[in-house]
Each structure stands twice: as structure tokens, then as C-alpha cells.
Design a protein around this ligand. Sequence first.
Ligand code: SF4
Length: 409
Amino acid sequence: MTHLRKPILVSPAGNLDKLRFAIRYGANAVYFGGEMFNLRAGSENLSIENIARGTEICTTANVDSIFLMNSFLHQSDIEKVKEYLSLIKDFNFSAILISDPGMMMIIRELGISTPIHLSTQMSTLNHYAINFWKDVGISRIVLAREVTLEEIRRIREHVDIELEVFVHGALCISYSGRCLLSRYFTGRDANLGQCTHPCRWKYSIVEENREGNHLDIIEYARGTEILSSKDLCLIRLLPEYARAGVDAFKIEGRMKSVYYTANTTRVYAHALSLLDKPEEFAAKLPFWQRELALISHRPYTENLFNEFEGMKGKKSIPTIRGARFFGYFVEKGRDETEIYMMVHNPFSLGDTVEAIYPIYNNCVRDKQYRVCDIAEGELIATSAIPNRIYRVRFDAPVYEYAIFRESTK
Ligand code: SF4
């Protein structure tokens, strides 16, 4: 089937700040959950008031708002989910994302006509499944992360429905989170959004007669049940996925930082803007790859879709820290060199930091600054500590939505 639409970028919005930054850094759509029935129990999640506010911000910015109701429901959840949905039924979401067909039935039973997207959690892998979901009223399918590029091409020949794929972020070794490891080890259930990631812990085997003689578990593509995945990064292959007929590219990571949200969003948004300019795309690719290397991540792979190569390697793949994230713009100060800043990691007077900014018109405006003054309320300080808002003066004008990280020059 012909597929002509320009793909959009869907970014995570774990709280209202991340939502604002995702929008300003180039997301076409953001996804967020409330305090119940989404698969991120550990995320900050939005109160009813903030869901309303977030949806309003999206509408004003002409950005799609995708609300997550993607928990699997136990029978005992039914009345609670109805009560919860009745609180948000009049909000102007662009779509609601579900996993459990029962959730869809309840949404429609309550007279909510918002378009419904199907989560990757439903492991949709083929065009018969897609057309089944289309027939029952789903308008967009987030494909299983196990679907290969070639399979997407073949699927697209048989379906006329919006397809979304994950392009960046953490991967799950089981089929899209259908996994009991966390529940087994810690009592915290991945299917209820409480995963403690035991698939990434270090394991070894001990032969029963040789106590203390530990053998490390080595991963093979198809040989081990307990695996430790790398992180997905499909930036290089974006044009191919677009040509295969993908409508929406999704970034994983509602629980990650404002810096992660903003920088991954600006990189992928910039890349999407150059999809029809192959030479410029190729020229900018090293910059994007460098930026993605400057966020905390596990070694990247683009191969989970293709033969599961990403799972190969030793256990306990280390996380790569990336650039230190100091904090982000909250509001303007008394002149153009001063801002109020939410601090994430400590820094001191005289430090050199780097601000990153949204990329507009193919123009990167990142800049090095020296920290000249720090104040908390009326108190002058020599350093800033995390989770507080400071008034900070720099040696040059600072612009809205700056995000500060350690100097990379
Ligand atoms: S333990 Fe690993 S494989 Fe299982 S749900 Fe959590 S992240 Fe996914």
C-alpha cells in the first residue's frame, strides 16, 4: 500500500517539565500517564490536574497528547478503572494508548470516543493481527520491538493503518515486558509497571558439587533465557524505517531525565527534518551519534530487530554515563545573563558548563558558559546542590529552555 505521510516523533513526558522540554525540543507528540493504570509505577506520573494542564499545553503547541492506560486489568480493577476514566473522560487527548482489550471496551462503554492506540505490550508482529485490531477500532499500532525492518516492509504491503516503532531507549529481553523475573526476585511485577530490571543483574551458574566455583553466564543470540540487553538506537537507519512505512517513531524513557528527553528528542527531530536530504542526513549523522553518546546509556544496538544481535555479549553490560547533567532553565532572571535553574547535579562558581538548545532551521546553538554568580533566594552561594532552584548568572546571554551539562570541549 502506498504510504506518503511524513513520520512523526513521539517523545516521553514523565512529568510536566519533561513534557514542556520535549515539545520545545521538537516532539510532534508526547506520551504520559496518570497516577493509575499505566506501566510506569516508579515514574512521577501526572495528577489529574497536571494531566489537564499537560493536555492543554499540547493543544496550544499543536502537539499530539497520547495518554497511557496500558496496564493489564485484573477483574478487581474494573470498578477502579471506570472511576478513574470518568475523571479524565472529557480531556482533549489526541489518543489513549491501551494494551488490554478490556480497557478499550470500558473506554467505549463510557462514551469516550478518543482514538485508541495499541501498545507494544500486545506484541503485534504480523499483518493479520494488525488488521484484527484495526477492525475492532484501533487507529495506530505500536509494533512489537521484535519486528524486523524487512518485516515492517512486508507488513506495510498488507495494512492501511498507522504504524509506530520504538527507535531509541531501553530494551526488554522478554516479549515487551511480559516477564516474571522481577516479580519472582522482588515481588515487584513488570506487568504492573514495577520492574526492577533483574535481567540486567549479574548472574552465574554453580555446579552443585563445586560450591563457590561460579561460572559467568554468557549470552548467545538464542541460547540463554536470562539476558541483558543493550539500548536501542536506530538513528542511522531512520530513512530506511521511514521508507518501510513507519508513521511514528517513539523514544522510550519516561523515567529518564529532562536532559535525556530533550537531547534524544532534538536529535531525532533534527534527523526527521532531513529525511528527504540524504547528503545532509549523512553529514549530520556523526553529530547525532555523538550527542546520543553524551546521555547516560547502555551500549547501543540497532540489531534487536535484526536477528537479535543486540543481545550478544557478556552479562552485566555497564551503563555509559554520558555528560554530567547540571540542570535546566526554569525562568528568566533579572537580565539576559541570569536565569532561575533547577539543579540536578552540583556545580560551583567559576565552573565552565555547556548549554544545549533546541535545534531550529538546521542550526545548532549549543554554547559554553562560565558560572559567574549563584544565589538561592537572597542568599549568595558558592555552589549549587541538587533538587533546588537557584538564580544563576553566566558570562553571556542565556536563552529559554537551556539545559546545562558538563563542558564537552
Ligand atoms: S526484568 Fe528485564 S526483561 Fe523482564 S520486564 Fe524487566 S526489563 Fe523486561
